[in-house]
Ligand binder design. Structure first.
Ligand code: CTP
Length: 409
């Protein structure tokens, strides 16, 4: 996507075994269009060589404040002035403590202290043993760094190089990449709680069979990611799909339309925005069998009867919060023809201020889509693009509309 095109990142490595992940992170940043200047502490060089990072970043690595390559001998000034952000990954417990105290006895910490605070954000990916992470000193340092304006990306949980298991691993390169990309996105939904349904539902016929549809959940997951990037608290209610949960998003897995309704109604109590992208099955078998339905050899097929599923979007839109405008509801329409007419009719039928139309067969399972926004003022096309790019545009449109309606922002 080139989500980091034009961004220049100083990638700082400090001493920790997670340095091996930083090679991959460096590549990932470059692949998204960033330029990367690597700076390493002496301890980092015990874990990975500057040559590796030089080859990957295609730039000489800096590790000394006395580097003669800089004509003015001030790499801490020169390198930090060019940066759009300094990302310390891995950031050791010791380096966090140094940052807290404004120590500046080697190039990387010197550069962090010398950076213009209002122009060059400091992003921190801690990495350490679980006891070091849990230690009150580290937690105190983290709180102090946050209040000094640094962005701490948190840590992963699991097996550690030391053989112990717990919190403190550095996040994986792809997770850090997602965090860095999110950091640069406009924060249009800070303070908002956004709820999104995604994917298909599965309606059981018996314990081993059911009916579902071809929805992949990709559009809903992209919206959840874009909303979180915009600063919202996000709850994603997902039907059965095998997609990775976007960073920082709370996911609730459901199976049937009935499950999805219950989870949605519950979360809608505290949400400010609800976006229904799920392809909810319209009908479910009236009497799912408790045991597997067997062939009896007679050639007769079972007669299935169906009942209609609840309409989740309409239920939420017609609830007191939906009706009062405290909850801004957005529907999706998956059509196979007459998109405009169907979308306009569906908006009125569901009772929502905004309805987003798309052609189901052209989008189910795909990575891209095209959207038609229909509201009381008219229509607007969002031309074919990746689902994430469209999700970001849609979130920006929703943010503008909810602000205009004077909702809490
Ligand atoms: N929706 C819902 N609950 C349902 C059916 C649909 O919440 N039981 C929501 C979808 O998530 C979507 C919108 O309603 O936001 C429209 O879904 P769509 O499947 O396009 O429309 P239907 O209401 O099912 O109408 P039809 O099948 O006649 O097109």
């Amino acid at each position: 996507m080139n989500d980091l095109a034009g961004k220049h990142i100083v990638l700082g490595l400090t001493g920790g075994i997670a340095c091996y992940k930083s090679a991959e992170l460096c590549r990932a940043l470059l692949k998204e269009g960033a330029t990367v200047q690597v700076v390493m502490t002496e301890a980092a060089e015990q874990f990975i060589t500057p040559i590796t990072l030089q080859a990957l970043s295609n730039r000489p690595v800096y590790s000394s404040q006395w580097d003669p390559r800089e004509p003015n001998n001030m790499p801490h000034i020169n390198l930090s002035r060019e940066a759009d952000a300094i990302l310390i990954a891995p950031c050791s417990a010791d380096f966090m403590a140094k940052l807290v105290h404004g120590r500046a006895d080697e190039l990387l910490s010197l550069m962090c202290l010398a950076r213009p605070l209002d122009k060059v954000p400091l992003l921190v990916a801690p990495a350490m043993n679980r006891e070091m992470w849990a230690h009150p000193a580290t937690q105190r340092n983290m709180a102090q760094l946050t209040s000094d304006g640094a962005m701490i990306f948190g840590v992963g949980t699991g097996d550690q190089a030391c053989g112990e298991t717990g919190d403190g691993r550095m996040l994986e390169p792809q997770e850090l990449l997602e965090e860095v990309i999110a950091f640069f996105q406009p924060k249009t939904l800070v303070g908002e709680h956004l709820l999104v349904t995604a994917g298909p539902t599965y309606e059981a016929i018996d314990p081993v069979r059911g009916i579902t549809n071809l929805s992949s959940g990709k559009m809903g997951f992209a919206i959840a990611r874009a909303a979180r990037e915009a600063g919202a608290e996000v709850t994603l209610i997902a039907g059965p799909v095998h997609l990775t949960t976007p960073r920082g998003v709370t996911r609730v897995n459901v199976t049937s339309a009935q499950n999805m309704l219950e989870a949605t109604v519950d979360c809608a109590q505290s949400a400010h925005i609800f976006i229904a992208t799920a392809a909810v099955a319209d009908w479910r078998p009236a009497n799912p069998a408790e045991q597997k339905i067997k062939k009896d050899g007679s050639g007769e097929v079972p007669a299935l009867t169906f009942v209609e599923n609840p309409d989740i979007l309409a239920t939420v839109a017609q609830s007191p919060r939906g009706q009062s405008g405290a909850l801004y509801c957005v529907g999706f329409a998956a059509e196979s023809q007459d998109l405009l007419a169907n979308a306009q009719a569906k908006r009125l039928r569901k009772g929502v201020p905004l309805l987003v139309g798309n052609i189901g067969p052209a989008t189910f399972g795909q990575d891209d889509n095209a959207l038609l926004l229909v509201d009381e003022l008219g229509t607007q096309d969002l031309a074919r693009d990746s689902k994430l790019a469209l999700a970001r545009k849609l979130i920006a449109k929703i943010a503008t509309r909810t602000r205009a309606k004077g909702q809490k922002v």
